[in-house]
Design a protein around this ligand. Sequence first.
Ligand SMILES: Cc1ncc(COP(=O)(O)O)c(C=O)c1O
Length: 465
Amino acid sequence: MNVAATSRTSHISHPREDASNDLRQRLAGAEPLSLRTYTPSQTIIERSAGSYHWTPEGRKLADFTSGVLVANLGHNPTRWWRRVFDYLGLNSLDAEQEFAEAVPLTSYNAATPIEILACERLLANMRREPGGGRMEQVLWSASGSEAIQKALWACLELDSRRDIIIATRGGFHGKKGLAGATTGCETDKDRDPRVRFVGFPKEECADVELRRQPISLETYELELERISKSVGDRICCLITEPYLGGGGSFHPQPEYLQLLQDFCRKHNAVFILDEIQANFGRTGPMYAYTRYGVEPDIVCLGKGLGNGVPVSAAVGRADVFAAMHYGQASDTWSANPLASAAVLATLDEFENYDVIARGKQLSAILEQGLVRLKQTGLIRNVRGEGCVWGIECDRAGSYAPEEVANACVEACYLGNAQGLAIHLLGPLSGKVIRISPPLVMPVSEAQLYLDAMYEILCSLRLRLR
Ligand SMILES: Cc1ncc(COP(=O)(O)O)c(C=O)c1O
């Protein structure tokens, strides 16, 4: 057992937060700490609306996380909730009746019309975008890892002699099953021998300015060639992310993804793009594949797909999914009607309102405000696109970048003298702070909180000597 981590987490408390501190204490007793990723704030959120959370003490926090890139439309959008209830047939509940006649909340071994509508609407939406030409069927699931697992299962079923999966080194596809097997790199313990890794151009896109330069692909071509020589006829698929999310927020030059796709086409391997955190406007366009100039065989969706209702999907070539038979990808929650209603309501918002345009405006403000943070002396690199950015912390005095990153998260949570406070995720790969507010955060408010963040980091710099 990791005693240090146990005591560190269970003793988190903050000044003047009696109610939150009490809840943190009860949480530590009631749930194993493994359920949460470590964050020095351990925020307790009582209510949320739009781009804000409120603690039990009534303290307001600007949300720079969208959950974990989930609430792209903000928290609890009223019109969206109404649509969810509409799709479920629950908008006029009669308290006198014991049961409402409405869409059921189960669909195991049965299908609801809204599930079919959700498939058709999602496919039409994806096909409409450049690069969506191979989007033919939807394989639903509940979490991101499950969507990845199902996509990989299908590829492995295509031909029993082709059992090799290629993944990008340092990527993150989830923790469970094959999603975990394709996460990380070959030196991690207990690797699945079927997974081979190819490098990702981290250094070439370590900062937003560097990413604007073209890159040499030679290193990656050579590596792919080596894999091809040793197991070329056994490769069934390659999985990658449009950008390394959990791996530290690295957004590659498009030619890198195009190289991976070309390799797949040459080897008749399925090209899987994991858009679980990139989808639904996060990187700017509705789907990241449109901007990277690729046409994936399968795209995995999650997070923003249901704006908070647990739902994910592998979407793509029907002939690949046809490799699995009845039951091989079924489970209790996949294609759940609540999930279908949430997907439909989310599509309604993106298709009928200016969510993408608002995200674009916000993106420019974010880039400017985050690049300015370099002047605080605590931030070394800033990288991102759309409304997903990573700020990589630097060493400060005797403090390592990882300690600086945790101190930044905590300082933002505690806020400035005017009470402006920001909710952030715990750092990614040790020292990178993820900035990913809802796409609909008003730009003036984003500016206000970016200025507050600058001020908070300047004060922190003075303390970290
Ligand atoms: C790119 C990517 N793929 C897969 C996953 C796994 O999703 P989940 O946590 O829903 O299983 C994540 C989660 O952060 C992710 O960012």
